[in-house]
Structures are given as C-alpha cells and as structure tokens.
Write a protein that binds this ligand. Structure first.
Ligand SMILES: Cc1cc2nc3c(=O)[nH]c(=O)nc-3n(C[C@H](O)[C@H](O)[C@H](O)COP(=O)(O)OP(=O)(O)OC[C@H]3O[C@@H](n4cnc5c(N)ncnc54)[C@H](O)[C@@H]3O)c2cc1C
Ligand code: SF4
Length: 407
C-alpha cells in the first residue's frame, strides 16, 4: 500500500465536529473508525463500516474523496488532508471475510430484487439480515452492475465483487443470473409466485445520444457499451472521446490500455466534469484534452469538431459553421445514461417522471403497490454511494410495508 495507514491515522485530530463526516454522503463515522484502528480494534471498525455502508470497500476505492470526506478534512486547510480512503480501504478490505453478519430467522416472506448493482446489493443484504428470503434477478452473468460492467478493473478489481458474491451467498441470498425481468417474466408474475415485495434497482443503461449525423456508424460506440467488454472493439490508433465526465475518463484510459496511440477527450465546457484525480491520471497516461469543443458530425474516417462558447448564464452555443475535420479511427460518445424502459413497457402500472426515471414517492414506492425502487433508475446516473445511501432508507420502508406498518 502506497500510504502508511497508521501514519495517516496518527495525523487525525479527532475533531469534535468532524468536517470529514459531514462531507461523506453516507455519514461514515470517520474519527471513530480511526480511533478504533489506533486502539487495535480493527474488526470493530470494519463491522461499524459495513453496517453503515455494506459497500464500504468499493466506496473506499471509487468515491470522489477529494470532493467528499478528504475534501472536507480540517487538515486539508493548511496541508494534505488525512488519507481517509486509504484507511477505510485497509480496514474494510482486510477484515471483509471475517465480518460475521447477523441474520434473523426466516420470517416466511420472500422479496424479489431486480438488478444486482449497488442498490440491489444493499437492499438484499439489509433485508436478508432481517429474515427475508431474497432472490436477486440479474440480466447479466455476474453480480455488480456498473461496478463490474462499467468501472474498469484497473480502478475496481473484479475480485472485490466476487468476494461480495460470496458474502451474499453466506446470507442465503439467491442469485439468478442471465435473467431480465420485463421479458418473458413480469413483475406481476413475481407477485403471483408469492413474493411479498419487489425492488427495482435496474440502473441507467440507455446511452444519451448526441443527435448528430453519423452516430450509427460502425466506427462509433457509446461509453456504457464500450466499457462492458472493450476487447471486442477495433478502435485503431486514433480515438476521439466526446464528453469529459468520469465515465469519459474511464473510456479514455481504457482505450489507452487497449493500444490506442492517440486519445483525445473533447470537453464542451472549459473544465471537465470528471474528478480532478481522474483527469490527472488520464493526462499522466497520455490522454489529450480539448476544451470548449464538441462533435457535430461523425464521418467514416474523421469527425467534425466545432468550437463552443459558454454564455454567462452557463448555457452554450455550438458554432457548427466553424467546424473542422479531424481524422480519427474511432469515436466513443460518453455523455451519460438514462434508464431503459423495458420494465415500464411490460408492467404498465409503473410510471416514469418527466426526466424519464422511475416515479417513486417519499418511501421509495413506485406507482405499482408493493414495488419499490432506488439507485440510478430513480435518480438518473449518480454514484455508488448515493445508490447505497438511499437504498438503506428504502430497505426500512420495504420492511415496514411487508409488516403492514407503512403509512
Ligand atoms: C463508466 C462509469 C464509471 C463510473 N464510475 C463511478 C465511480 O468511480 N464512482 C462512483 O461512485 N460511481 C461511478 N459510476 C456510477 C455508479 O456506478 C452508478 O451510479 C451505480 O452503479 C448505480 O447503481 P444501481 O444499483 O442503481 O445500478 P447499476 O449499477 O446500473 O446496476 C443495475 C443492474 O441491474 C441489471 N438490470 C437492468 N435491467 C434489468 C432487468 N430488467 N432485469 C434484471 N436485471 C436488470 C443490470 O444488468 C445491472 O447489473 C460510474 C458509472 C459509469 C457508467
Ligand atoms: S476532519 Fe480530518 S482531522 Fe478531523 S476527524 Fe476528520 S479526518 Fe480527523
């Protein structure tokens, strides 16, 4: 490990009003984690972390720490913040297999979880611990959602997700892979089979389109499709990435690893939306950035790139008439994702809101009674920690619903 965690732990001031905790989207008790580590009570620290955030290991690797916990640490005002993510990773990773999860006896009620991403995993773990029998239905082969099929392995090793699969098995959670709900099987079929409640955590997998000519050509891919299995794409030497969020950084850095000789990210604004750390890594690895520019047309062996003016109110004007032709072998479009509408078109009781995400009430219940949802399918593309955080509350609401206690 590059950072000596004890040296970092010793730098913590054990603040009475810990700003790091305020900056953490899931309110991790960071000073307590550090205190327990220093007092050689690492298992207690690991259990506390898991109970607050079952995906603590993942979050210690993929959260935007410089904006969250570390970005708020008081030590950061005059120097480097405490390296909180390294400490959390060390504790959660080294204790994971030894955490013995408590589980109430089976209460006779079954729950169907659709989608095995962070939202689905969180619901499955929390409700299994309360005595429900859980089956996760997952359209793909393995557990993890975007953590496995989007975030590259050089940022999040797949072994971490395999370890979660084992943990879920220990809790008696059943995993039904390669099976999408909304095709031959509907949500109503699940209720007919006796499930007391259904959770939808199907994420946002429909790529946003640029709506420019040439987007359907064979030399084009969307980020979410490319990252799923980059080795099946013939990207050539010169790759253009349109968009500059975190997913675009993953695309650019993956393309470099897949052998592209020249990778250029076109950022519509003057600052990339991606985290500073991801941009820095991309630059270190040789990715080139062009600011205030975007694509207006894709051709067979080139792309038309136009300048963009950012107006005072934050809106932008694309100057298509000034577009220049840039030779390139492959174009990858990375301008976010929205949910697919497979479930909604099969179970018409489910309603979308005007943003195209699933409509839910304050308890996370959809317009179909007994069906709850959270994660990207409700919020649109967000983060792992956001999906976990809201799913904790939805697990409580589903529990109340199944006990007949939900208002
Ligand atoms: C390239 C990329 C990089 C990212 N990097 C980060 C990062 O560094 N840090 C961070 O915090 N966040 C990151 N995110 C965002 C984060 O991964 C998501 O916000 C999070 O995974 C959402 O969790 P979820 O459970 O709602 O959905 P998902 O992770 O999308 O999981 C949904 C699951 O449901 C399955 N599914 C869909 N439809 C069906 C169906 N009908 N039946 C059965 N199964 C179905 C899918 O196969 C998938 O496994 C990134 C996103 C992308 C695209
Ligand atoms: S803000 Fe920094 S120094 Fe203070 S408790 Fe949190 S990690 Fe420790």
């Amino acid at each position: 490990m590059a950072v000596h965690v004890l040296d970092e732990a010793n730098r913590c001031l054990q603040c009475k009003n810990p700003r790091c905790r305020t900056g953490c989207p899931i309110n991790t008790n960071i000073p307590e984690m550090i205190r327990l580590l220093k007092e050689e009570q690492m298992m207690e620290a690991a259990v506390m972390l898991f109970n607050n955030n079952p995906l603590s290991i993942v979050c210690s690797l993929v959260c935007d720490h410089e904006k969250q916990c570390e970005g708020h640490c008081v030590r950061g005002i005059k120097g480097a913040p405490v390296h909180i993510s390294a400490i959390e990773n060390y504790i959660s990773d080294s204790c994971f297999e030894r955490i013995k999860l408590t589980k109430k006896p089976y209460n006779g009620k079954k729950v169907a979880v659709i989608g095995g991403g962070p939202a689905g995993i969180t619901i499955a773990v929390l409700l299994a611990q309360r005595g429900y029998k859980i089956t996760i239905f997952e359209g793909r082969e393995k557990l993890g959602g975007i953590m496995r099929y989007g975030i590259p392995a050089f940022r999040l090793p797949r072994t971490v997700l395999d370890r979660y699969a084992e943990k879920l098995k220990d809790l008696g959670i059943l995993f039904r892979p390669n099976f999408s709900i909304g095709g031959s099987t509907s949500i109503k079929d699940l209720f007919d089979d006796g499930y007391k409640s259904v959770f939808i955590g199907t994420g946002a997998w429909r790529p946003r389109r640029l709506h420019i000519p040439g987007e359907t050509f064979g030399n084009v891919a969307y980020a979410i499709n490319y990252l799923r299995n980059p080795d099946v794409y013939d990207i050539g030497d010169k790759v253009c990435v349109i968009g500059a969020g975190n997913a675009a950084m993953d695309v650019a850095r993956t393309a470099i690893r897949m052998g592209a000789k020249e990778v250029t990210v076109y950022c519509k604004g003057d600052v990339p939306a991606a985290s500073v750390k991801e941009v820095e890594y991309a630059k270190l690895e040789g990715v080139h950035f062009e600011y205030c520019k975007t694509a207006v047309e894709i051709k067979d062996e080139s792309i038309m790139i136009a300048p963009v003016t950012i107006e005072e109110d934050g809106s932008n004007t694309v100057h298509s008439e000034q577009a220049e032709e840039v030779p390139c072998d492959f174009v990858i479009i990375s301008i976010s994702q929205v949910p697919k509408d497979r479930l909604v078109s099969r179970d018409t009781e489910l309603k979308l809101n005007d943003k195209g995400t699933l409509q839910t009430d304050e308890n996370g219940e959809t317009t179909m009674p007994g069906v709850f949802a959270s994660g990207d399918v409700v919020t649109g593309a967000k983060t792992v920690v956001a999906a976990v955080n809201v799913s904790k509350q939805i697990a409580d609401d589903m529990d109340k619903y199944m006990q007949g206690l939900l208002d």
